[in-house]
Design a binder for this molecule. Structure first.
Ligand SMILES: NC(=O)c1ccc[n+]([C@@H]2O[C@H](COP(=O)([O-])OP(=O)(O)OC[C@H]3O[C@@H](n4cnc5c(N)ncnc54)[C@H](O)[C@@H]3O)[C@@H](O)[C@H]2O)c1
Length: 333
């Protein structure tokens, strides 16, 4: 398969591109580098620097490289930022995303896998969350993810595409050579490990949630398992009915912030400087845990690196090998 990976210089896109290349596929990465890192683009991929919303560039790239399928990971994903400045979120995640759909339609590509998010469910009434549960985002980021899913579903139905929206829960961990380097970083595991490596004490938000230990519960999925699911989903798009398949990607196990913090201390082998703070805001539901029955059934996928220790240990190894992250990014704040 010849695959166009948008956002392939970012965390999820780069590890997925690496996995695709490892499985013998040809990869073209399209990334503006607005958030990504040139050094994260895996060896063997062709990098095209540009915007997903540049219709002519996308059409030309798809035609020149004979693209068979698209893995659409590009987007903005800071929840708090999306609440104060919604414009770039609607621009990048919705408007540019729809331009991408128009461009690939023009170029004749009919297979696409999309990086969606558990945020489309908002604050769920029950866990584990199933794909047919109500879609009710509680932040702008989640609203933009849902808006794009709806566009993708409509295009798939109208034009006979095979498409999959993968609703990721909390992605974490690293491959041997590629890891997580968001700037700013809002994710728990890299922030805990930054404190462990001598950074400022990490703040853990909220101890009064209605959960077993008062801290938020999340479902952590190893980025390598996510990459494997992308490969399975891309293969499946060849045989899908003309409609979008939505699949959760998680391990179906919930870990609290306190569990994560304690597991991280065990992995690094020493106390990690920290403080417990108030809740981060209204946008953090108490518990988000995936049902992954559908991914198992439809993608033939299962998580292979599901233990918290394994996920954190891989992130810690990457952090130690890259103490300042990728070389071409803005300094850590
Ligand atoms: N990391 C997670 O835990 C997580 C969870 C749920 C969903 N997601 C989704 O997965 C996707 C990838 O997440 P990530 O953590 O790898 O993010 P990331 O910021 O590391 O990567 C996103 C990449 O997209 C590029 N990009 C953004 N807008 C672009 C545009 N208009 N044109 C071209 N390139 C553009 C950025 O430069 C960056 O390299 C995002 O869509 C995100 O919403 C991530």
């Amino acid at each position: 398969m010849r695959v166009l990976v948008t956002g392939g210089a970012g965390y999820v896109g780069s590890v997925s591109a690496e996995r695709l290349i490892g499985a013998g596929h040809e990869v073209t990465v399209l990334d503006s580098l607005v958030k990504g890192h040139r050094a994260a683009v895996p060896e063997g991929a062709r990098l095209v620097i540009g915007e997903v919303g540049d219709r002519q560039l996308v059409t030309n790239t798809v035609r020149e490289d004979g693209i068979d399928a698209v893995l659409h990971c590009a987007g903005f994903s800071l929840v708090a930022e999306s609440m104060v400045t919604p414009e770039p979120y609607f621009d990048a995640n919705v408007r540019d995303g729809i331009t991408l759909l128009d461009a690939i339609h023009e170029a004749g590509v009919r297979r696409i896998v999309f990086s969606s998010s558990a945020s489309v469910y908002g604050a769920p009434a029950r866990v584990p969350i199933e794909e047919d549960d109500p879609l009710a985002p509680i932040n702008t980021y989640g609203a933009t993810k849902l808006a794009f899913e709806m566009a993708l579903a409509a295009y798939s139905l109208a034009y006979g595409w095979g498409s999959v929206a993968l609703r990721y829960f909390n992605v974490a961990g690293a491959s041997e050579s590629l890891g997580e380097d968001h700037r700013p970083e809002t994710h728990l595991i890299p922030n805990v490990l930054r404190a462990a490596a001598g950074g400022q004490p990490v703040t853990l938000f909220g101890t009064d949630y209605p959960t077993r230990d008062g801290t938020c519960i999340r479902d952590y999925i190893h980025v390598a398992d996510l990459a494997a699911a992308h490969l399975a989903a891309l293969e499946l798009t060849a045989d899908l009915e003309p409609q979008m398949l939505a699949c959760n990607l998680g391990t179906a196990t919930g870990f609290s912030n306190r569990d994560v913090f304690e597991a991280a201390q065990a992995v690094v082998g020493r106390p990690i400087p920290h403080e417990w703070g108030p809740r981060r805001g209204a946008g953090d539901p108490p518990a988000l845990v995936a049902s992954n029955e559908k991914a198992r059934e439809r993608l033939g996928w299962q998580p292979r690196h599901g233990s918290l220790e394994e996920i954190i240990a891989s992130a810690w190894r990457w952090r130690q090998a890259h103490p300042k992250g990728y070389p071409d990014g803005v300094p850590e704040s």
